[in-house]
Design a protein around this ligand. Structure first.
Ligand SMILES: Nc1nc2c(ncn2[C@@H]2O[C@H](COP(=O)(O)OP(=O)(O)O)[C@@H](O)[C@H]2O)c(=O)[nH]1
Ligand SMILES: [Mg+2]
Ligand SMILES: [Zn+2]
Length: 268
């Protein structure tokens, strides 16, 4: 999706694509595990979208519960694909006064543009509308956080299907089945993606993971070993920065969790 192609038009109106331009960037993930399948082979890389100017990682204050670890996984995937990523904290109308201000300043400090929004109170809908003009933007995040609702708010004629929250699980149901790209005129494209429950950063080596945490970057070069995974190694400058409160412990915990999910055979 979003690939630029050149094609020839035949007299009968059919076309032949003869060149797919090289993708500027693309977002991929591992194909999800199929529940109940016993297939243990290699899981393929799935391309979610390409040639994207900016990604909005959408989260919500509650329903589903705010989860910074989920945001961090999405961030790592975007960083590793060289994508410009921003964070949306939607459903600010459900805030008890703590989540929005705490996490907005948390991620802003790391350097991510973070925008609290609400399709109920309309908070920052105008700001969002402004920053997506003349760009190709992808909206990504777990199901139920309000991605389709936000897009409908800005472009009511899109009429994207919005899900009911399932109160048994407090998780949104998947209503968007495949990613869909819409041309909104004036060089503006938006991509609505289905909710992703499980996301695993694809194809990242353990020793490279730290580079996808911008808040670690200033310290990594000072580690004793250039293959340091910032896990246990002596002379690790990242661990020291966590101890000195120069790196947030919360982010370091996220880092360790993701590190744990990277399969060792990636390092062979
Ligand atoms: N309270 C509140 N509910 C919202 C907001 N935005 C969306 N919702 C609700 O959240 C549910 C899931 O929305 P949907 O747009 O389908 O989420 P998506 O799966 O991320 O596309 C729907 O019931 C929406 O009405 C918001 O800002 N505040
Ligand atoms: Mg949706
Ligand atoms: Zn280190």
């Amino acid at each position: 999706m979003g690939d630029e192609v050149e094609f020839e038009l035949n007299p009968d109106g059919s076309g032949i694509i003869f060149q797919i331009h090289q993708r500027k960037n693309y977002l991929s993930r591992k194909a999800p595990k199929i529940r109940g399948s016993s297939f243990k082979g290699e899981r393929l890389e799935q391309i979610v979208a390409s040639n994207i100017d900016q990604v909005f990682i959408v989260s919500s204050v509650s329903e589903p519960t705010f989860n910074n670890k989920t945001i961090d996984r999405f961030l790592v995937t975007c960083e590793s694909s060289n994508l410009n990523c921003n964070i949306i904290i939607n459903k600010s109308d459900l805030d008890d006064g703590k989540i929005v201000s705490y996490w907005t300043s948390f991620y802003t400090k790391i350097g991510y543009f973070t925008l609290p929004t609400s399709t109920v109170s309309n908070q920052n809908i105008d700001v969002l509308e402004n920053i997506i003009q003349r760009k190709k933007s992808l909206f990504w995040g777990p199901s139920g956080v309000g991605k389709s609702s936000l897009l409908n708010k800005i472009y009511p004629h899109l009429n994207l299907k919005v899900s009911e929250i399932s109160y048994s699980t407090m998780k949104g149901k998947h209503t968007t089945v495949t990613s869909r790209m819409f041309f909104m005129g004036d060089d503006t494209y938006i991509i609505d993606t289905p909710g992703v429950r499980e996301i695993e950063p694809y194809g990242i080596k353990k020793e490279d993971l730290g580079h996808f945490f911008p808040d670690f970057r200033n310290f990594i070069n000072a580690c004793r070993f250039n293959t340091c995974t910032h896990h246990h190694e002596p002379g690790c400058a990242v661990i020291k920065a966590v101890r000195d409160s120069l790196i947030s412990e919360i982010r370091y915990e996220s880092y360790l969790r993701i590190l744990n999910t990277i399969e060792d055979d990636m390092n062979l």
